[in-house]
Design a protein around this ligand. Structure first.
Ligand code: NAD
Ligand code: UD1
Length: 336
C-alpha cells in the first residue's frame, strides 16, 4: 500500500517508516517539523537504503494537503501529527486544541474529498483516565483526562467514530499506545525531546550520559509493589510493527477497530531504573520526590485483542528497551 504518514519525522513515525518498508509498503511523510528534525528522515533513509519522500507542510494547511493528495494516490493515512507534551498542554490549552483538532479536521476532509477513507490514528492510554480495570482492555470505559493533550485524543477518537458511523466506507483504526521507549537497535534514530524531558526514559538516559544530575522519582507511596508508579513500557519498534498489523485490518475492511498497543507487563519506575543500570552498566543517581500532579498509580494493558485479531504482539522486553534507549543516547548525546 502507499501510505501517508502525518508527523512521520517524529519519534514513533520515523521508526514506523522502517517497519512499513520492511513489510513492502511505500511511504510519504508530511511534517511541519515543529517537534522534529529532518535529519531523522535522512537517517531512516540510510537504514532502509532509499530516500523517504517528504514534504514540509502543516496538516492544517488545506492548500498544501490538497496539493499532496492531488499529486499522490494514498491507500491509507497514519495520523501521528500532533502536539504531545502534557505539561505544555496545561499551560497552552488553546494551542493544543487548535493544532490537534484542526489538523485532524483538515486531514479528514481532504481525505474524503480524494476518496481515501482508511486511517490509523495515534491515540493513547491516557483516554482511560484513572482506569476502571487493570489490566486495561479496550472495553474499559474511557475516563476523565486531566489535561488538554489527553482531551484532544479522547475527542478525536469520538470524531473518528462518528465519521465511521456516518459513512461505512471508512476504515478507522484507533491505536491506544501505552508507554513507548527504546530506539531502533542500530542507534542512529531515537527520541529527541526538546529541553528538559517530561517522560521517564529520556530523563534516565540524559542522567546516565551526564546531562542531568539525578532522576527525580515522582512518589514512592503509591499502592504498588515498591510504591512507585507502574506503567506498560513498549519498545518503539514493536509499536511501529503494530501499525503494519493495523494496515492488514484495514485491507480486510475492518470498519471501526480499537486496539491497545502495549506488552501487558507493568514495570515500576524503580524496576526500570534497576533494569537500565544492570543492562548497561552505567549509574543513574535518583532521589525520591513528591508525586507529580495528574499521575496515576498503575497503568498496563491486556494486549490480547491485538494478538487475536491482528496477530500482533510485542517481542521486546524491558532489557532490550533499556539497551536500545541507551545505545541511542550514548551515540547521540545531543540528539540529532
Ligand atoms: P513527536 O512529537 O516525535 O511526533 C509528532 C510529529 O508531528 C512531530 O514530528 C511534529 O513536528 C509533527 N506535527 C505536529 N503538529 C503538526 C502539524 N500541525 N502539521 C504537521 N506536522 C505536525 O511525537 P511521537 O512521540 O512520535 O508521537 C506521535 C503520535 O503518537 C502523537 O500524536 C502523540 O500524541 C501520540 N502518542 C505518543 C505517545 C508517546 O509516548 N510518544 C504516547 C501516546 C500517543
Ligand atoms: C505520560 C503522560 C501521558 C502520555 C505519555 C506518553 C502524564 C501525566 N501523562 O504518561 O498522557 O500519553 O506520557 O507521552 O504526563 N516519572 C518519574 N520521574 C520522571 C518522569 C516520570 O518518576 O522524571 C514517573 C512517572 O511518575 C510515572 C512513570 O515515571 O510513574 C512514567 O512517566 P512518563 O514517562 O511521564 O509517562 P506517563 O506519566 O505514563
Amino acid at each position: 500500500m502507499h501510505i501517508l504518514l502525518t508527523g512521520g519525522a517524529g519519534y514513533i513515525g520515523s521508526h514506523t517508516i522502517i517497519e512499513l518498508d520492511k513489510a513492502g509498503h511505500s511511504v510519504y511523510v508530511v511534517d511541519n517539523l515543529s517537534n522534529s528534525n529532518p535529519e531523522a528522515l535522512r537517517r531512516v533513509a540510510k537504514i532502509i537504503g532509499k530516500e523517504v519522500p517528504f514534504v514540509e507542510a502543516d496538516v492544517r494547511d488545506r492548500k498544501a494537503m490538497d496539493a499532496l493528495f492531488e499529486a499522490n494516490r494514498f491507500d491509507a493515512v497514519i495520523h501521528f501529527a500532533g502536539l504531545k507534551s502534557v505539561g505544555e498542554s496545561v499551560a497552552m490549552p488553546l494551542e493544543y486544541y487548535e493544532n490537534n483538532m484542526n489538523a485532524t479536521f483538515v486531514l479528514l476532509d481532504v481525505m474524503r474529498r480524494h476518496n481515501c477513507k482508511n486511517i490509523i490514528f495515534s491515540s493513547s492510554a491516557t483516554v482511560y483516565g484513572e482506569p476502571a480495570v487493570i489490566p486495561i482492555t479496550e472495553e474499559c470505559p474511557k475516563g476523565h483526562c486531566t489535561n488538554p493533550y489527553g482531551q484532544t485524543k479522547s475527542m478525536l477518537e469520538e470524531v473518528l467514530m462518528d465519521l465511521q458511523r456516518a459513512d461505512k466506507a471508512w476504515n478507522v483504526v484507533l491505536l491506544r499506545y501505552f508507554n513507548p521507549i527504546g530506539a531502533h537497535p542500530v542507534g542512529t534514530i531515537g527520541e529527541n525531546p526538546n529541553g528538559i524531558p517530561n517522560n521517564l526514559m529520556p530523563y534516565i538516559t540524559q542522567t546516565a550520559v551526564g546531562m542531568r544530575k539525578e532522576l527525580g522519582v515522582f512518589g514512592d507511596d503509591y499502592d504498588t509493589p515498591d510504591g512507585t508508579g507502574v506503567r506498560d513500557y513498549i519498545h518503539v519498534c514493536d509499536l511501529a510493527s503494530g501499525h503494519v498489523a493495523a494496515l492488514q485490518a484495514i485491507q480486510k475492511n475492518c470498519g471501526l477497530a480499537i486496539y491497545n498497543l502495549g506488552t501487558g507487563h507493568g514495570y515500576s519506575v524503580l524496576d526500570v531504573v534497576k533494569a537500565f543500570i544492570k543492562v548497561n552498566g552505567v549509574d543513574v543517581p535518583y532521589v525520591i520526590k513528591p508525586r507529580r500532579p495528574g499521575d496515576i498509580a498503575t497503568c498496563y494493558c491486556n494486549p490480547a485483542k491485538a494478538k487475536a485479531e491482528l496477530g500482533w504482539e510485542a517481542k521486546y522486553g524491558i532489557e532490550e528497551m533499556c539497551r536500545d534507549s541507551w545505545n541511542w543516547q550514548k551515540r547521540n548525546p545531543k540528539g540529532y
